[in-house]
Design a protein around this ligand. Structure first.
Ligand code: NDP
Length: 338
């Protein structure tokens, strides 16, 4: 089998030479274990963000969809399609009893679950709109923002895996949705195909000016995927009792973690507007993932949620796909077909 190993900590943008592709022998199957052939691998921002949380060298983790090719676990016969966190490898062995979706311990990303019936949709959605990113959008927006019909919602990273689903859920809930993304093409897609009320290319507009015009009555909910200065500006436009769901801060992931980020003065907005600002990790709702998955599949079936993927083909292209995603090449979920 083959896998990607991270040999040294990333500095700035991850380099190809930070990785090594390693050939290795898989152990013979023991009772309770399954052999999984990888079909689809996810490349995500947290692969960059979590880099220093793990001692190097480590196997590159990520979610993946695979198919059981050999089994000594009766509940997971040959042919079962599964979602795991086995990362960038072409084959893997899992002891099913030792990992489960409701494991919320330190190693909470260590999961295996059967991909539900996607009713003819691509199994790759199991790591996208009906997988971890879609579930992040579902709980991170609905639980933390508690949106009400008629409210104004702002989403950053709006054309990405999580953001594009958040915006569509906000429309389903009857909100006015404003998105920020990094290209004119993405803006067009958000407005013309996903039904965003307004979208802007944050690279070419003054965020404060366009937001004031697009949300003259202020912002009630903000789903923050990027952090940084754009977030400070948006939080400054919030209404009283506004809610901010802090999902990610990708604008800082390639920064040197030993240097303190420049402080931004948010406190006056938070105090005088009595804002609720809450961070989360999607595994907080590990026991409720099936509920989100069922609802997301339902919305896709009914045409309310349009999933989109940015597909790269080939095990050897995993690094390029990862760097491309960090640079904003993707519309929707970046996935790699193995
Ligand atoms: P995306 O599909 O959104 O891909 C990343 C996108 O980030 C790029 O396409 C790019 O789009 C944008 N980006 C890159 N650099 C910057 C920058 N400096 N400023 C603004 N935007 C930038 O990724 P995901 O949907 O998978 O993840 C979105 C966010 O959600 C990330 O911050 C991630 O860490 C977080 N997340 C958090 C989870 C949680 O449990 N809290 C779970 C899953 C994701 P563009 O062209 O618009 O710049």
């Amino acid at each position: 089998a083959r896998k990607y190993v991270v040999k040294k900590y990333f500095e700035g943008v991850p380099k190809r030479s930070d990785y090594e592709i390693v050939d290795y022998e898989l152990p013979p199957l023991q009772d309770g274990e399954v052999l999984i052939k990888t079909e689809w691998v996810s490349v995500d921002p947290y692969l960059r963000a979590y880099n220093r949380n793990v001692p190097v060298p480590y196997d590159q983790f990520s979610y993946q969809v695979g198919i059981v090719e050999d089994s000594k676990c009766p509940g997971y016969p040959v042919g079962t399609r599964v979602v795991t966190h086995n990362g960038w490898c072409d084959y893997s062995v899992v002891n099913v009893a030792k990992v489960s979706v409701s494991n919320t311990s330190e190693n909470s990303l260590n999961v295996i679950y059967k991909l539900p019936d996607l009713k003819g949709l691509s199994p790759s959605l199991g790591i996208g709109a009906v997988g971890m990113p879609g579930i992040t959008a579902y709980f991170g927006f609905l639980e933390i923002c508690q949106p009400k019909a008629g409210e104004t919602v702002v989403v950053t990273g709006a054309a990405g895996a999580v953001g594009s689903v958040v915006g569509q859920i906000a429309k389903i809930k009857g909100c006015k949705v404003i998105g920020f993304a990094g290209s004119d093409d993405k803006v067009k897609w958000l407005e013309e195909e996903l039904g965003f009320d307004k979208a802007f290319n944050y690279k070419t507009v003054d965020v404060k000016t366009v937001l004031k015009a697009a949300a003259p009555n202020g912002v009630d909910c903000y789903f923050d995927n990027v952090g940084g200065e754009m977030s400070s500006v948006i939080i400054g436009q919030m209404n009283k009792f506004g809610r901010v769901s802090v999902c990610g801060s990708i604008s800082a992931y390639n920064e040197d973690p030993t240097k303190m980020p420049k402080a931004t003065i948010l406190q006056p907005s938070i105090i005088f507007k009595e804002l609720k600002i809450e961070g989360f990790i999607v595994t907080r709702w590990a026991n409720r993932w099936p509920e989100a998955i069922a609802q997301l599949i339902g919305w896709i079936q009914s045409g309310h949620l349009k999933p989109k993927e940015h597909v790269t083909v080939g095990f050897d292209k995993l690094y390029d796909a990862f760097i491309g995603m960090l640079a904003g090449e993707n519309k929707g979920k970046a996935v790699v077909q193995i």
